[in-house]
Structures are given as C-alpha cells and as structure tokens.
Design a protein around this ligand. Structure first.
Ligand SMILES: N[C@@H](CCC(=O)N[C@@H](CS)C(=O)NCC(=O)O)C(=O)O
Length: 202
C-alpha cells in the first residue's frame, strides 16, 4: 500500500495513524498539493488532492472517509477502530465528524490567510472561520477524556481523528489554542508518546 500526501495534512495524518493502529505496512510518498508535486499528484488522484491510498490491487482510494471505510471493512479480527453498529458507532462517527470539521476549517483558514493574495483577504470571512475552529476545539475539549483515550482503553478511530486535527491546529494556528484546552493538550501528549502517532507527527 502507498499513502500519498504530507503529514502536515490532518487528513493524511489521520489515515497514517489509522494504518499504524491497525498494524498495516505501507509506503509513504509525501507529495505536496502545491508546487512541482501537483502534476505528479494528479497522476495518482486526478483531483490533485490528498490523502490518496493506492491499495494492493492497484486501485487508488481518495477521500479520507472512503479510505477509512475500506480500512475498517478489511481490518483483521480485533483491528477495527470503530464500533461496528448501533448507538456506539453513531457516537464514534460523530466524534470523527467533529474532528473532521475542525480539520476542514483549519485547512480553509490556511488557504484564506496564506494562499489568497493579501489584498484579497476578507476579514469577516476569516473571523467566521476562526470562530468555527474555536467552536470545534471547545467541543473536542468538552469530549476529551481526563485520562487514557477516547475509548477508555487503547486509542481508537476517534482518538486518531481528534489528535490529527488538534495537532494540525496547534501547529498551523497556534494562537487559536494558546488560551486553554488543557485536556486536549494532555490527550495529544499521551497519544504522541505512542509510536503509532509519533511516526507521523509533523
Ligand atoms: N474531504 C477531503 C479533504 C482533503 C483535503 O482538503 N486535503 C487538502 C490537503 S490538507 C488538499 O488536498 N488540498 C488541495 C486541494 O484541495 O486542492 C478528504 O477528507 O480527503
């Protein structure tokens, strides 16, 4: 299996952590979505987006949720990272969705503030996106465990998604996390002490 995309991307990192927690071997090709790599990336995923996961039958999977659906579907016994059914699954998927929204808005904020020419910056829109990130971080903090991981035991798929998103915001927009979030900071530290998280820490 080949995972395309840099670990700076919270989506790529979520997939990398998922692969590691499932004990799957993979090759990492850190193509950027910008600059010279874009053409090479389009040959892998015509949209030129990451993550993309080339699986062993030659197919290339795109979109984090679809990649993870396949990883869950094909996991070995005991290696699934989300509950299979019922309310537990719905709750876990909502945890992943919350983390995903934080990541999406954090990435949007990067594009708004670093890709768009300065004279086209739109303060009202930036304020809105920052507010959305803060709302998401508040939710993550409220849901973060005081000790251990999201599942109470070993880190699961929710932990993978939450930590990938949190670490991205802390790296890309440190001013948004300065004011607090002690439980999330501690959760990130606990997770990143594990090799499955440390291996992809940007
Ligand atoms: N919904 C997508 C979002 C992926 C995404 O936005 N990736 C960024 C990198 S962090 C990207 O490919 N950006 C380039 C682009 O969207 O053109 C997923 O979950 O896979």
């Amino acid at each position: 299996m080949i995972l395309y995309g840099r670990y700076l991307s919270p989506f790529v990192r979520r997939v990398a952590i998922w692969l590691a927690l499932q004990d799957r071997a993979f090759e990492h090709r850190p193509l950027s979505v910008m600059g010279d790599d874009f053409e090479a990336l389009k040959r892998v995923n015509p949209f030129g987006r990451v993550p993309a996961l080339a699986i062993d039958d030659g197919m290339v999977l795109v979109e984090t949720s679809a990649i993870i659906d396949w990883l869950e579907e094909t996991a070995l016994a005991g290696k699934r990272l989300l509950p299979a059914t019922g309310r537990e699954r719905m709750t876990a998927l909502q945890g992943v969705a919350c983390a995903n929204s934080v990541a999406e808005k954090g990435v949007a904020l990067v594009y708004e503030t670093t890709r768009r020419p300065k004279e086209l910056h739109w303060r009202d829109w930036i304020d809105r996106v920052e507010t959305q990130v803060r709302v998401g971080l508040d939710l993550l903090e409220a849901q973060a465990p005081d000790e251990g991981f999201a599942s109470g035991g070993a880190p699961n798929g929710v932990t993978a998604a939450v930590v990938a998103s949190w670490d991205f915001i802390a790296m890309a927009h440190p001013y948004l996390v300065e004011s607090g979030y002690p439980k999330m900071k501690a959760l990130s530290e606990r997770a990143n002490a594990l090799p499955q998280f440390a291996a992809s820490r940007p």
